[in-house]
Ligand binder design. Structure first.
Ligand SMILES: [Zn+2]
Length: 65
């Protein structure tokens, strides 16, 4: 698998499976997201951008790396 040239500021970034505390929906989010991430089902805030690793508000189920 070829690595794409994407600028990632921190090497510890990863994809995380997060469950919404509000409705139980499971969603994969990027830990170094540059956007706030809302639940696709209910709109609850799951992760907030911080400039580095995002603040996760949902339930972290597992890392996908
Ligand atoms: Zn939800």
């Amino acid at each position: 698998m070829k690595r794409e040239r994407i600028l990632i500021p921190k090497p510890r970034s990863s994809f995380i499976l997060v469950q919404c505390k509000n409705c139980g929906n499971e969603q994969i989010i990027f830990s170094a997201t540059t956007h706030n991430i809302n639940c696709k089902v209910c709109g609850n805030l799951l992760a907030e951008r911080t400039g580095g690793v995002a603040e996760i508000y949902g339930i972290k189920l597992k890392r996908l790396d």
